[in-house]
Design a protein around this ligand. Structure first.
Ligand code: SF4
Length: 492
């Protein structure tokens, strides 16, 4: 339970809303809620996936970020052209730490930035010819690439370039997969629409490429969907899925390849980790190919065990026994991790503000360590994400959607959590406030956090951050008295 009562949480929300002009106050009020586990549908308490208000500090990204940065970028043997001016790709490249095996620049390209570097003349006369030329250059310079995607930045949609025609022509000439993605940043309200558009591009340009072609199947073929292998997450998950007897035929998209994506319709079950970014394609495969999909959670031993048993229930006894074998094998290791860190973390309170699946998925891992999540929210969640969150959070805890910089700061000041987990834009504010902070998008340069191996690292990192002696030894810059301030005081 949160330390605040329902009434106290309600009055905290009202107090924070107080500073806004009336129209903004009304709007923001819909995005802030007190959790109530008895509610079945979150739309009764919180509004999500709406345009951010101009003037507030949102940490959302754009549709291009959702496609290039999240869904497509990690597909390692393809070259992803950031089509438009240089900045969108250059400033966002390699920030997510999607690990992969391969030789960068030879047969894998995920960390590199390819851009059409739009100039004024491209905006005026169109960039189609340039795009076609770039694709030919790519083929000469990087002949081991297995395909190309065109990730549209804002200007492409504005000037109406026909990237589909260029891509179709190039695909024929190069005899490779070339995927145009209409993920211009201005589309939608956040990166979430970029995920959807990227899924649709996979559906339209990739999934049927191997229809009717022979594939050596087994009854135990599964895929990992929506794991971007940040810090090695998908590897830490794949290990024990295979130990329990399943065969992972594709990773989407961390350390993934185009061939794996094309073979996915041959799977028996799609295992979905990040529901938000890849539920669309999972539903499509269910509809078109009859492949069931199942969400799972590999953060912390409790959720891993639950997930393994649910996954195993899809298969025969050999897999069910395999799941129990895996659970038994890792139990002593998990008990040792908990015995080491729980005494140091027990009772500590956490506030989260992240994207995708983490605002709810990591709650169980914190609870395994005796910690409590007292506030959580999504950058770009929809109501089906909040539906899944209500039951995970305690009653009277705080839910905040697309929370503004001001709101989160005020909530943190009042609730005084022991740890805040959010993104890079928040990190240094809270650290300067003397509040232990973990960057929970790319694991603060650590990880993996998924799976059994990941939990050991997660527990260590939380302890290392939370119990670091530095927090009490610093004065926030805004409390340091500067000589100029003293001079002003003396003169007064
Ligand atoms: S909003 Fe447009 S210009 Fe800005 S990063 Fe996204 S694609 Fe690039």
């Amino acid at each position: 339970m949160s330390n605040l009562t329902r009434e106290e949480t309600e009055s905290l929300i009202q107090e924070v809303l107080e500073v806004y002009p009336e129209k903004a106050r009304k709007d923001r009020a819909k995005h802030l809620a007190i959790n109530d586990q008895s509610i079945e549908q979150s739309k009764k308490c919180i509004t999500s996936n709406r345009k951010s208000l101009p003037g507030v500090m949102t940490i959302r990204g754009c549709a291009y970020a959702g496609s290039r940065g999240v869904v497509w970028g990690p597909v390692k043997d393809m070259i992803h052209i950031s089509h438009g001016p240089v900045g969108c790709g250059q400033y966002s490249r390699a920030g997510r730490r999607n690990y992969y095996v391969g030789t960068t620049g030879v047969n894998t390209f995920a960390e590199m930035n390819f851009t059409s570097d739009f100039q004024e003349k491209d905006i005026v006369f169109g960039g189609d010819k340039k795009l076609a030329k770039i694709m030919n250059e790519i083929e000469q310079l990087f002949p081991l690439n297995k395909g190309i995607t065109v990730q549209s930045e804002c200007p492409i949609g504005l000037i109406g370039d026909d990237i589909e025609a260029v891509s179709k022509k190039a695909a024929k000439e190069l005899n490779k997969v070339v995927v145009p993605v209409r993920c211009e940043g201005f589309r939608g309200v956040s990166q979430s629409l970029g995920h959807h558009i990227a899924n649709d591009a996979v559906r339209d340009w990739v999934l049927s490429n191997r229809d009717g072609k022979h594939f050596e199947s087994t009854p135990y073929d599964v895929t990992i969907i929506g794991d971007y292998n940040i810090g090695g997450d998908a590897w830490a998950s794949r290990i024990f899925l295979e130990e329990m007897g399943l065969r992972v035929i594709a990773q989407w998209s961390g350390d993934g390849t185009i061939a794996e994506m094309e073979n996915t319709p041959k799977a028996k079950l799609n295992l979905l980790h990040c529901y938000r970014s890849m539920n669309y394609i999972s539903r499509h495969m269910e509809e078109k190919y009859g492949i069931p999909w199942m969400e799972y959670n590999f953060f912390g031993p409790t959720k891993i065990e639950e997930s393994l048993r649910r996954i195993a229930a899809f298969f025969d006894d050999s897999i069910k026994e395999g799941a129990e074998r895996v659970i038994a094998k890792y139990k002593p290791m998990m008990e040792a991790v908990i015995a080491k860190y729980k005494p140091r973390l027990q009772g500590k309170r956490v506030m989260l503000y992240i994207g995708g699946l983490r605002p709810r998925h990591v709650i169980g891992a914190y609870e395994d360590l005796g910690m409590e999540v007292v506030g959580t929210g999504y950058e770009f969640g929809h109501n089906d994400d909040y539906d899944r969150t209500i039951k995970e959070m305690g009653n009277a805890t705080l839910l905040y959607d697309d929370v503004t910089g001001f709101e989160l700061e005020e909530f943190v000041k009042r609730i005084k959590p022991d740890l805040v987990g959010s993104g890079i834009k928040e990190k240094y504010i809270y650290q300067k406030m003397g509040i232990p902070f973990r960057q929970m998008h790319s694991w603060d340069y650590s990880g993996p956090y998924h799976g059994y191996d990941g939990f050991a690292i997660f527990a260590r990192d939380m302890d290392m951050t939370l119990n670091n002696p530095c927090w009490g030894k610093q004065t926030p810059p805004w409390k340091v008295q500067k000589p100029a301030d003293e001079a002003v005081k003396a003169a007064a």
